[in-house]
Design a protein around this ligand. Structure first.
Ligand code: NAP
Length: 253
């Protein structure tokens, strides 16, 4: 069996709908000069189909996207420290050296976000607003914890312990006192590019740093509005590239 697996060197992405995949383009280009390596898209109707995929295709590594970043946890044998704390996995490494395959989960969104944010940070970026409370927001919060940056989540409805407020309570004062603002909602993402999260742009200053995890379009309405008021802006492209690079380091290690 090991000869078969070594000959294949299969990698891929699992998710539900995978028509426009950055990962596929990235790894196809990366594997262009590496005969015997392939990167395939696996659209799974349900995460239960993972077991069948592993036993039939023997992938050595998988990227994981919406909606399986959390539901995949119960299929994994081991988790990296980051994936455990964040509670979400976007990379799986598979090892076939035992009787049954061993699957280890990682979170490289953490690496991508941290390393793309660090060069932009100033000492006054010591408190942040995270828009959205989904999967990506947890990777962002993990990084901010690690960097000792205080943060507040903004959600459409939930409010909790002063740590999560809703958009109606996102006042100018709060925006003025939080100079790092990170959008982890899909609002403004292609094809709905004319929309943006509701916040008071008047309170934005040139000391603000706006980081939008969206990479398509490269400059969302949110980033355009922030830039117009002198803020430093950053889109999600570097994070995306860095998390993909890190996937390969994990698989190849
Ligand atoms: P998710 O789990 O669905 O979470 C998105 C969150 O955004 C939701 O939990 C929700 O928070 C909020 N939200 C959704 N629709 C909204 C709306 N219409 N108005 C206001 N808030 C809304 O998705 P995710 O995996 O965290 O991904 C979020 C975004 O980050 C996507 O655009 C994704 O492409 C991007 N992303 C980029 C990278 C990268 O490498 N650049 C990596 C990961 C994700 P509430 O329920 O609290 O309102």
């Amino acid at each position: 069996m090991n000869d078969f697996i070594n000959a294949m060197k299969r990698y891929g992405l699992i998710g539900k709908t995978l028509s426009h995949s950055f990962s596929k383009r990235y790894f196809d280009a990366y594997f262009k000069d590496k005969p015997g390596y392939s990167y395939d898209l696996y659209e799974l109707e349900s995460i239960d189909m993972l077991t069948q995929l592993v036993s039939s295709k023997h992938p050595l590594g998988l990227n994981v996207t919406i909606p399986y970043k959390q539901s995949i946890l119960s299929f994994l044998d081991e988790l990296s420290e980051e994936a455990k704390t964040v509670g979400a996995v976007n990379v799986v490494k598979l090892d076939y050296n035992s009787d049954a395959p061993v699957l280890k989960g990682y979170n490289t969104d953490v690496y991508g976000f941290e390393n793309s944010l660090l060069p932009l940070l100033q000492s006054y970026h010591d408190s942040a607003i995270i828009l959205g409370t989904g999967g990506a927001s947890k990777a962002v919060a993990y990084v901010l914890d690690r960097l000792n940056i205080d943060y507040l989540f903004v959600s459409r409805e939930k409010e909790k312990d002063g740590k999560v407020i809703n958009f109606q309570h996102l006042s100018s004062e709060i925006i003025s006192s939080h100079l790092l603002i990170i959008n982890t909602t899909p609002v403004g993402m292609y094809p709905n590019t004319a929309t943006y999260p509701q916040l008071n742009f008047e309170a934005i200053t040139s000391k603000h740093l706006f980081y939008d995890l969206i990479y398509n379009p490269p400059k969302t309405m949110l980033l355009k509005e922030a830039e117009r008021r002198g803020a430093i802006i950053k889109n999600g492209m570097d994070m995306l590239i860095m998390q993909a690079k890190k996937s390969w380091e994990i698989w190849y290690d």
